[in-house]
Design a protein around this ligand. Structure first.
Ligand SMILES: NC(=O)c1ccc[n+]([C@@H]2O[C@H](COP(=O)([O-])OP(=O)(O)OC[C@H]3O[C@@H](n4cnc5c(N)ncnc54)[C@H](O)[C@@H]3O)[C@@H](O)[C@H]2O)c1
Length: 254
């Protein structure tokens, strides 16, 4: 049985994982961490990761960017692999993730779903053909009204996936207000919509002179992220230090 420590256990995603694990025969949650607790989980909950004294094999994290530094320090100290799903990490925090991965196994993905990971590959292929033909690239994303960061980590990851193909030649435009100038050729623009209960929608537009190609993904339920995170935890729990990706998890599942 793989012993999971669920960081952010009482949030929307923490509760999805808790439900999925209950039906799973290979994994169990041995402890949760969340400053908010209503005592309804069937595992002990600690208000802070530093207080967690229960042994686990792997941590799944869906919490808050502010909580990630403490989490990384704990995982390094306890030599615990970590599936890092929280988005909105700062540049300094991304460096800390890199540092931690020299000591323990780390899998960080802005989007744990199979569909989005496939979309990352598809937009890369489309950009290879279309960018040199003068198509402009824009990312439009929509999420529920409670989401804290904008644009979404997934929107940035989709752009990064394209940018990798062009050795980072593109720069990102997050806000055009107040700028009275034409868009640049080597620009990827982002638009973020926030409202209601939208689980997550991402469109990557390739806008040419007389045609537009749009590659889209729509999430209808948070379960897709939960299932991906659980698969990632099962993949990661016995791995040695290093950075791992969802692509590797998907490849292993065949
Ligand atoms: N990678 C993905 O596929 C994916 C998918 C969905 C959400 N997310 C990201 O995961 C994060 C959580 O999403 P959510 O919708 O569950 O949010 P949420 O606000 O519903 O839950 C976050 C939980 O973290 C808890 N928390 C706050 N501080 C903490 C701390 N110091 N230690 C432990 N827990 C703490 C909160 O009390 C809350 O219960 C967000 O950053 C979100 O963008 C990522």
């Amino acid at each position: 049985m793989i012993r999971i420590i669920m960081h952010g256990c009482n949030g929307r995603m923490g509760q999805v994982i808790s439900r999925l694990v209950e039906e799973d025969t290979e994994a169990t949650i041995v402890a949760g961490v969340d400053p908010f607790d209503n005592g309804k989980n069937n595992y002990p909950v600690f208000s802070d990761i530093a207080k967690c004294d229960i042994e686990g094999d792997v941590v799944i994290d869906f919490s808050n960017a502010k909580a990630v530094d403490g989490l990384l320090a704990y995982c390094v100290k306890k030599q615990l692999p970590v599936v890092l799903c929280t988005t909105g990490l700062s540049k300094e925090q991304l460096e800390k993730v890199e540092e931690a991965s020299r000591e323990v196994a780390v899998l960080r993905s802005a989007n744990m779903s199979l569909g989005i990971n496939l979309l990352m590959d598809l937009v890369k292929k489309a950009a290879k053909v279309l960018a040199d033909e003068g198509f402009d690239i824009e990312v439009v994303e929509k999420h529920h009204r409670h989401k804290l960061d904008a644009p979404s980590g997934t929107a940035i990851a989709l752009a990064d996936s394209i940018n990798e193909e062009f050795d980072g030649a593109y720069h990102y435009e997050f806000d055009r207000t107040g700028k009275r100038q034409e868009r640049d050729d080597k620009e990827i623009g982002f638009s973020a919509v926030r409202g209601g209960s939208i689980v997550g929608e991402h469109d990557v537009l390739f806008a040419g002179m007389d045609e537009v190609i749009t590659l889209s993904h729509t999430a209808y339920s948070r379960d897709i992220f939960g299932k991906g995170a659980l698969a990632a935890a099962k993949f990661l729990y016995d791995k040695k230090a290093g950075r791992y990706t969802m692509t590797e998890v998907i490849a292993q599942k065949g």
